[in-house]
Design a protein around this ligand. Structure first.
Ligand code: SF4
Length: 375
């Protein structure tokens, strides 16, 4: 606890803010524009908003949210498939809580539940396996959503279901891996990102070495933790690299992240999943950015087991979640933000998820500097 206290110490925070603002002014003068730093993690987005860091940093700095909320980047077509699965007779859809309220093209799991579908909220994929084991008359489909942080536990549950020879359990896999999304962001000619604040939890699994290709691009990037001073120090290191004209990936979260990551978790993933192209909301298909089941587990793949009707997915009119996930817009630039779209009546996933940028801005920042004060 004593060790953790320094990452929340207000005096250290004040000194960091002072230094960050001074260096940012120098960098902005040199570049002749604002400096754009992107946090690639929904938990960082929430931590930045909750601590009010945007309001404490100078106008030379533009902290943008990226594609780090797993629920938010799940493609509309995948949400529509989840709804279609829930409508099939005899099926129980088991899912983490956030997915239930995400609107698809015409419905959501929440609405399907109100209409009689069986939707179970699980706290871990193991709960879904246990439920399937206890209810052999039901077909249980677990929704595998998330990045490298959740995929190992889902892999374990698939192995366990195979070991138990459960023939009423399957997984709809929409898992994604983070590094290819960084490449996609850097390949977009409309985006000018000066540095990345890299995710702490994902990096704990994949390790520093997973960013070799980012390192080779020479862009400043810092892996960091979730306390205010972790984030401020990452911003400070990013600015110093930009000022020096240098770029590399720094591990600023060495108390948790190792160079090779969590090799046991990686092994679990490698055993069950293989890399595939995947659709990301706002991005389209990103090559080699998703996971699919290895052939020997295919009979536990929900999309192999069930035939779903074709869907014609559409984005809700006015929702700019896709642009927010790419860092091209901020939540306040959405005309629906705080007026039509609120956490209790979300139009898009970025307002549903606890890690969504719109929800974070709404919950913590809407009355702060430059905000569109609502309510
Ligand atoms: S405020 Fe709502 S409608 Fe606008 S981008 Fe965010 S989630 Fe979509």
């Amino acid at each position: 606890m004593k060790e953790l206290a320094k990452f929340r110490d207000p005096q250290i925070a004040k000194a960091l803010i002072k230094e960050v603002n001074a260096v940012a002014a120098r960098v902005a003068e040199r570049l002749g524009r604002r400096i754009v730093l992107m946090e690639v993690c929904g938990t960082h987005t929430v931590a930045i908003s909750r601590a009010g860091l945007r309001g404490l940093l100078c106008d030379h700095l533009d902290l943008r949210s990226g594609p780090g909320c797993p629920v938010c980047v799940t493609d509309y077509a995948d949400i529509d498939r989840m709804v279609a699965l829930a409508r099939l007779p005899g099926i129980t859809v088991a899912t983490f809580g956030d997915m239930v309220r995400v609107p698809g093209s015409g419905s959501s799991l929440e609405r399907e539940r109100a209409a009689g579908a069986e939707i179970r909220i699980c706290y871990s994929p193991a709960d879904a396996v246990a439920y399937a084991s206890a209810h052999p008359a039901r077909e249980v489909v677990f929704l595998g959503v998330g990045f490298e942080t959740t995929a190992p536990a889902v892999a374990l549950s698939i192995k366990e279901a195979a070991r138990l020879r459960l023939n009423n359990f399957s997984v709809f896999v929409t898992h994604k891996v983070v590094p290819p999304a960084l490449d996609a962001l850097l390949s977009d000619p409309e985006l000018k990102i000066d540095g990345f604040i890299l995710p702490g939890h994902v990096s704990a699994i994949i390790g520093l070495k997973a960013y070799d290709s980012l390192n080779a691009r020479g862009l400043p990037a810092v892996i960091t933790g979730f306390e205010p001073n972790d984030i401020l120090d990452a911003v400070r290191q990013l600015l110093l690299m930009v000022l020096a004209g240098e770029g590399r990936v720094i591990n600023g979260y060495a108390r948790v992240v190792r160079t090779s990551g969590n090799t046991i978790a990686q092994q679990q993933m490698d055993e069950v999943f293989k890399i595939t192209d995947a659709p990301w909301r706002g991005f389209g298909t990103i090559p080699r950015s998703g996971l699919t089941m290895e052939d020997r587990f295919k009979k536990l793949d929900a999309l192999e087991r069930f035939v779903l009707p074709p869907t014609k997915s559409r984005v809700p009119s006015g929702c700019v979640c896709g642009e927010i996930l790419k860092g091209k817009l901020t939540p306040r630039e959405c005309t629906l933000f705080g007026r039509v779209c609120k956490p209790m009546a979300p139009v898009g996933p970025c307002m549903v998820s606890s890690e969504g940028a719109c929800a974070a801005y709404y919950n913590f920042e809407r009355r702060q500097r430059g905000g569109t004060a609502v309510e």
